[in-house]
Design a protein around this ligand. Structure first.
Ligand SMILES: [Zn+2]
Length: 514
């Protein structure tokens, strides 16, 4: 079995998905779960891109101990410096520096001659190596680059100190045969290739990201880059859970081993989906709601007689268990705290208390508290920005029925600690509620998308709402849960708004690096 390293870029490439904006606590929570999942390297962000990203990368670097933390940098010294400032506290800090190598990118985007690109790449790798023990160099748009040119530049950056060479299919254009051949070519034509490992990074524009990834590994790549649920720019990246399960189920064809713990797939996938607001399509391989559902009578009959007639993957493999009930109305703080630990959460005293209060409130209204409910409560509490000035819902009341005009009264505490109140009507209850909120807040808010779903099943399931809103012209996502759907909608609205408020506070702070 040959060992393959997993490089996760959910927090960088994944976070570049249109409409996704994670705050630093959400990023940290995903980072912790990625560590639990067993990935070897995580790309925590692009520190030079914004203050928010810088702070998130720094927080992750200072917290995560068992996984190498990487930051992205363009071939600019100030990017490398910013990355070092963010990452220097990490146990295993690493840098990912890139430059484009395809004729079209060099000519039109960089406006540089190939020799100049080589010179700059070498200079940057040398510069980065003065600070970072591990430097990964990427040839952006590698799959549309000239192979001989690529081999030349790779040899030089390895000489300059790069220990990982990443060859991305940046625009998702390559076929498995072509992409695999590029790796084979480099293995055979770069004289010092034994001093570095090759890495693949595939986009899914033609639906070939996972196939291309596997082709690269079959031709010498020793590192796979990808994201959870395949999120990322445009059509996204290779879905790591799909690659991992394919290696496991078809070990007869793929003699490759990773450090991933497949039983963490479901939870990792759920967490990423919940925090990014990127829903997983029902028929998505491995983690879709229908991935293990057998609908046709012939299939159901077969599975009942012998599971493997139609089921090649078991739900248990990815950690999908039917909801186990552990806690209820009479569970005390001690049992709760044990359960929180067993679920792998590390909550501060303050957050643990908040979570316990939320749990108790829920047991008043809901008889059976499932693992899904707890996962939702704990994730919410863990990613809540405490001790910051933000909007808080004091109370709301809705009058609604088939014969009267929906009317909402909302009382809100503003970031300035002022209590404001308003009553509005609308065509529906959520519209009336949002109308009142719009009038109370000082930001310009426009709703773009609104979604409502339930956590788990049953009539008393928690409601979860996701919204997309334009706030002062900037697109923000929001997420809220509650027992009641209208309250969940109010929470989602305020979550998006507070995200904006907190982010603008960060942006207004003094520059961290000049
Ligand atoms: Zn990418």
């Amino acid at each position: 079995m040959s060992k393959i390293q997993i490089f996760d870029t959910t927090l960088r490439d994944g976070e570049q998905s249109p409409g996704v904006n994670l705050n630093k606590l959400e990023k940290l929570e995903i980072a912790r779960q990625l560590e639990r999942f067993g990935i070897d390297r995580m790309e925590a962000g692009f520190p030079a891109s914004s203050k928010g990203d810088f702070e998130a990368v720094k927080m992750i670097a200072d917290t995560i101990k068992n996984t190498s933390v990487t930051g992205l940098a363009r071939s600019v010294k100030s990017d490398v410096d910013a990355a070092w400032e963010a990452l220097k506290g990490a146990e295993h800090p690493a840098l990912h520096v890139f430059i484009a190598t395809s004729p079209i990118h060099m000519e039109y985007k960089l406006q540089k001659k190939p020799e100049e690109v080589i010179e700059l790449a070498v200079e940057m790798v040398r510069y980065a190596n003065e600070k970072f023990a591990q430097v990964q160099w990427s040839a952006e748009d590698a799959s549309r680059s000239n192979l001989a040119f690529l081999a030349t530049i790779i040899e030089k950056v390895i000489d300059a100190g790069a220990s990982v060479i990443n060859l991305p299919d940046t625009v998702g254009y390559a076929t498995p045969q072509e992409y695999g051949y590029m790796f084979k070519y480099m293995m055979e034509n770069v004289p010092n290739i034994d001093k570095a490992i090759l890495s693949c990074h595939c986009h899914d524009d033609l639906g070939l990201a996972v196939a291309n990834t596997i082709a690269a590994v079959e031709n010498g790549a020793k590192q796979i880059e990808g994201t959870i649920n395949g999120i990322g720019e445009r059509a996204g990246n290779a879905a790591l859970e799909e690659v991992a399960v394919a290696f496991n189920i078809r070990a007869d064809q793929y003699p490759f081993e990773t450090n991933l713990n497949l039983k963490e797939i479901k939870r990792t996938s759920d967490l990423v989906s919940k925090l990014t607001g990127m829903h997983i399509q029902a028929n998505k391989a491995i983690v879709g709601r229908n991935a293990f559902a057998h609908e046709s009578g012939i299939h159901q009959d077969g599975v009942l007689k012998h599971a493997q007639t139609y089921e090649i993957i078991t739900p248990e493999m990815i950690g999908l268990q039917s909801n186990l009930l552990y806690l209820g109305k009479h569970s005390g703080r001690h049992a709760f705290s044990d359960k929180v630990k067993a679920m792998g959460y590390e909550l501060s005293e303050e957050r643990l208390k908040e979570a316990f209060d939320k749990f108790k409130q829920l047991t008043d209204r809901k008889k059976e508290i499932t693992d899904d409910d707890l996962f939702t409560i704990l994730t919410e509490v863990q990613t809540d920005s405490l001790a910051v000035d933000k909007y808080e819902l004091d109370m709301f009341q809705i009058e609604y029925g088939s014969t009267n005009i929906p009317t909402a009264t909302v009382e809100l505490k503003t970031p300035d600690k002022e209590i404001v109140k308003k009553t509005c009507t609308g065509n529906g209850s959520v519209e009336a509620l949002y109308e009142a909120l719009d009038k109370l807040v000082s930001e310009e808010v426009e709703l773009i998308d609104f979604q409502l779903s339930s956590v788990g099943s049953g009539a008393d399931a928690l409601a979860e709402s996701h919204v997309k809103m334009l706030i002062n012209g900037q697109q923000m996502n929001g997420r809220g849960t509650a027992q009641d759907i209208v309250e969940a909608a109010a929470n989602a609205y305020l979550n998006a708004l507070n995200r904006y408020v907190i982010q603008s506070n960060v942006d207004n702070k003094k520059k961290i690096f000049d």
